[in-house]
Design a protein. Structure first.
Length: 56
């Protein structure tokens, strides 16, 4: 597991929290930021997976 996968997973978790809090308090900007963070995390995690595959 490389750095990209770890950071991607962390970013996804952070995005989930932001999205949930945004929904609870009715803050659409925070909800959108959360969704964006989750997407960035998924992409970064996928890049890390590709790097891991190429190393093997």
């Amino acid at each position: 597991m490389n750095k990209d996968r770890i950071e991607g997973a962390a970013k996804q978790a952070k995005g989930t929290v932001k999205e949930t809090v945004g929904k609870v308090i009715g803050d659409t900007k925070l909800t959108t930021e959360g969704k964006t963070d989750k997407l960035e995390g998924k992409i970064q995690n996928a890049v890390g997976g590709i790097k891991d595959t190429l190393k093997k």
